[in-house]
Write a protein that binds this ligand. Structure first.
Ligand SMILES: Cc1cc2nc3c(=O)[nH]c(=O)nc-3n(C[C@H](O)[C@H](O)[C@H](O)COP(=O)(O)OP(=O)(O)OC[C@H]3O[C@@H](n4cnc5c(N)ncnc54)[C@H](O)[C@@H]3O)c2cc1C
Length: 458
């Protein structure tokens, strides 16, 4: 592709085009995960939906490879393409809150930190990611779990409408009342059906203070803690989300020095009810065992939403594997302990995220997201610095994942799929896969939107 053609495109956009060799290119071509080292021919930083539509006509006309990037946090590196055009929506970050109707209309470049701040200005929130830099767009289109999900459903369960540029280049508004098959498909089908240029969400009264924090246990108590945790979560109120999180204790003052760099088990929790109820309902978690750290306290909801931020900064290398589990058996706990007693890679973690509640109350066929009955997600997430070798942490994640397979209920959450898991796309959609392929055939028969966990047309 001739650089002049990109320059000509740039002249028609409100936003900028940055080509290979231009200043700023290096920074723009990278995403959150430095594992992916791709060189797109150019990056178009769109300012509005006309820019997006123009870029899309351009890639169609020249049959150019392209990817769509919003928050840039994709675990599989799909939002950056090699040699083509990255249609970057991160500058489309408008947020409109209607506090009377309890709704929000946001651009695709909005990240959860900004969304939460704006909605909390009205005492409102919707289910959002537990790290504030994650993009609203990719997260919602794949599912969207977080502290509010057990009470208020997945992010996509709170999606009221979305404006989308389809394969014909048309911009249409989809909802339960307009183009409902497309609206069904984008709630879980991720980027397969078009480019979403705005999202409308329902909001709920949350906070402004909730009770949140973590209780951290030495590794030698981890087995007992997990057995207690699974019992507690079985009947836990929906206001509680508690993650059982293995990590290497970071070398910071908050952790006793003798544990620095050693694996520990942290129960990371949030209770979105009032503080008195939270104290009562969290008491069993707060009083269990002999922790090395206990920092659970009332805090702004926006602060709880950034608790993980420090451990998940951009610029490191990451590799993701995941399962769903119906239950955590004794054998599953033993297997977990075997593989977490050493976490190769300074940032590697493995954790159970509880599901249930409002997530389970939605019928699996009501949206494209089918995994409504699982009790937990298990995320095995190897993370290491650029200076470390890839082999050890990646092999650890692969072997751990295989070892946990007998305890898994099948299926995988599309937003947690890594870069080498294309064969798992049917598992990600389970009983909804055939319908998704039919809808793909109708709306994108030539599979133009393929830089994603791809659903091929029937
Ligand atoms: C640090 C971290 C924390 C996370 N925490 C959570 C969590 O708490 N809960 C959870 O459920 N997930 C979580 N995730 C996973 C997250 O949901 C996915 O990585 C998601 O894809 C990120 O969305 P994004 O917009 O930032 O990504 P991007 O990389 O911009 O996009 C990912 C993919 O989504 C599609 N896409 C993006 N924007 C659009 C659009 N506007 N129109 C059409 N398709 C689009 C494209 O196919 C793209 O390749 C986390 C990820 C990270 C890295």
């Amino acid at each position: 592709m001739d650089k002049n053609q990109f320059d000509a495109l740039g002249k028609e956009l409100s936003g900028n085009i940055t080509k290979q060799g231009d200043s700023g290119y290096q920074q723009l071509r990278t995403g959150w995960n430095s594992f992916f080292d791709k060189y797109p021919a150019a990056i178009a930083q769109c300012k509005n939906s006309d820019d997006v539509a123009r870029c899309f006509r351009f890639v169609k006309e020249y049959e150019l490879e392209f990817s769509v990037r919003s928050g840039g946090h994709d675990y599989a590196g799909k939002s950056i393409c090699e040699g083509g055009l990255v249609i970057d929506l991160s500058g489309m970050n408008s947020i409109e809150i209607d506090s009377a109707e309890k709704t929000a209309i946001v651009g695709p470049g909005v990240r959860w930190g900004a969304f939460d701040e704006a909605a909390q200005g009205h005492g409102l929130a919707t289910t959002g990611a537990t790290v504030s830099t994650v993009g609203v767009a990719g997260y919602t289109l794949g599912g969207g779990t977080g502290y509010l999900a057990r009470k208020h459903g997945l992010a996509l369960d709170n999606l009221l409408s979305a404006r989308i540029i389809t394969a014909t280049g048309e911009s249409i508004l989809t909802s339960e009342y307009h183009y409902e098959d497309l609206f069904w498909a984008i709630r879980g089908g991720s980027g397969n059906f078009g480019i979403v240029t705005s999202f409308e969400f329902s909001l709920h009264e949350v906070g402004p203070e909730i009770t949140a924090g973590q209780v951290v246990f030495p590794f030698d108590q981890a087995g007992d803690v997990l057995r207690f945790y699974r019992g507690f979560m079985q009947d836990a109120p929906e206001e509680i989300a508690c993650y059982a999180f293995f990590l290497n204790a970071p070398p910071i003052d908050a952790f006793p020095e003798s544990y620095h760099g050693k694996p520990v088990l942290s129960l990371v929790m949030a209770h979105i009810g009032d503080s008195e109820t939270a104290q009562t309902e969290l008491a069993p978690l707060l009083n269990f065992g002999d922790p090395i750290m206990n920092v659970v306290q009332p805090m702004p909801y926006t602060a709880a939403q950034t608790m993980f931020d420090e451990g998940m900064t951009s610029g490191n290398r990451w590799y993701s594997k995941a399962h769903y589990l119906d239950e955590i058996s004794d054998v599953a706990i033993d297997t977990m302990l075997q593989h977490t007693k050493k976490l190769p890679g300074a940032f590697s973690v493995a954790y159970f995220e509880p599901l249930g509640g409002a997530i389970n109350r939605v019928e699996p066929e009501l949206t494209a997201f089918p995994h409504r009955d699982s009790a937990y997600t298990l995320h095995i997430f190897a993370g290491w610095a650029d200076t470390e070798t890839d082999e050890e942490p990646m092999n650890w994640a692969k072997e751990f994942h295989i070892a946990m397979s007998p305890h898994a209920s099948g299926g995988v959450y599309v937003n947690l799929m890594g870069q080498d898991e294309e064969n798992r796309v049917p598992d990600a959609y389970g009983s909804n896969f055939d319908r998704l392929k039919e809808i793909k055939k109708e709306w994108d028969p030539d599979n133009l939107f393929s830089h994603n966990h791809n659903i091929e047309p029937t």
